[in-house]
Structures are given as structure tokens and as C-alpha cells.
Design a protein around this ligand. Structure first.
Ligand SMILES: [Fe+2]
Ligand SMILES: [Fe+2]
Length: 162
């Protein structure tokens, strides 16, 4: 059984993962609008992955005999100045999510909820990957600078993500 503090925090994280999904879908919309179909594809795949993260929290809450409580998902930004600005936001957002996961780990430890601690380890590892992925693309965009050819090549590459 989940205690109420952990249950509330898990439900909050479920909402945060859905917000991530919504934010990346908004970024996909920006890229579609900019005719960068590869980057749009990359963001759509990322949005699906975030919805999957939300479902992991959903299933875990249920499995532990807790109650899922869904709340409103905040509207994400829809305007960016450049592809680089989008990936800067993605990187910042993933660093923020990492800090949320770390706080959850600390709460689980404080509440002596070892099962939740084990469950959260998957997310600790996932966040390392998420930060690295966003940072890698951000670095590539910085390297490309104003090169339209470079942007075209990167867009084609990101279009391959499944
Ligand atoms: Fe996530
Ligand atoms: Fe991931």
C-alpha cells in the first residue's frame, strides 16, 4: 500500500510526464509548421515516450493499491525563435524532470518505501539518457549555426527515429 504522501507525489509525477508529452507534441507542431519534418518526427516519438512514462506511474500506483488522481495538464508554449531554441527548452525541461525524479527518490527513502525506490531507479537511469539525447542534438544545432545544408542533414537524420 502506498502512503498518502508518496501516492500524491506519484500522481503529481504522472501529471508532469503527461505535460512533457504535451510539450513535445507542441514542439512537433512547431517543427511541422517550419517544414522540418524530421525534427517533428523526433518530437512525436518523444511525446509518445513521455505518455509511456505517465502510464508507468499509472500502473505502479494501481499495482500498489493506490488511487490514480488525474489533474489538469498545463498548456505548453507553442512559439520558439529557432530549432536551437526548441532543443534548448527540451534540454532544460529534462534537467527539471530529473530534479523532480530525484526529489521523488528522496521522498520514497524518507518514507521508507523501498518498493517505490526500486521503481524510481528506472527513471533515474532514463533521465541520464533523456538529458544526453537533448544535449547532443543541441550541440549539433550549435555546430550547424546558420548553415541551411547542416539543418537539412540533421533534419533528415532525426527523421529516422522510430
Ligand atoms: Fe519522462
Ligand atoms: Fe527516453
Amino acid at each position: 500500500m502506498l502512503n498518502s504522501a508518496v501516492q500524491e507525489a506519484m500522481n503529481k509525477q504522472l501529471n508532469a510526464e503527461l505535460y512533457s508529452s504535451y510539450l513535445y507534441l507542441s514542439m512537433a507542431g512547431y517543427f511541422e509548421d517550419s517544414n522540418l519534418r524530421g525534427m517533428a518526427n523526433w518530437m512525436k516519438v518523444q511525446a509518445k515516450e513521455e505518455a509511456g512514462h505517465a502510464m508507468k506511474f499509472f500502473s505502479y500506483i494501481v499495482e500498489r493499491g493506490g488511487k490514480v488522481a488525474l489533474t489538469a495538464i498545463a498548456a505548453p508554449t507553442a512559439k520558439w525563435d529557432s530549432p536551437q531554441a526548441v532543443f534548448e527548452d527540451e534540454y532544460k525541461h529534462e534537467c527539471h524532470v530529473s530534479s523532480l525524479i530525484n526529489k521523488l527518490v528522496e521522498l520514497a527513502a524518507a518514507e521508507k518505501d523501498h518498493a517505490s525506490g526500486v521503481f524510481l531507479q528506472w527513471f533515474v537511469k532514463e533521465q541520464v539518457e533523456e538529458e544526453a539525447n537533448a544535449n547532443e542534438i543541441l550541440h549539433q544545432l550549435k555546430m550547424i549555426g546558420d548553415s541551411k545544408q547542416g539543418l537539412f542533414m540533421l533534419d533528415r537524420h532525426l527523421g529516422q527515429r522510430q
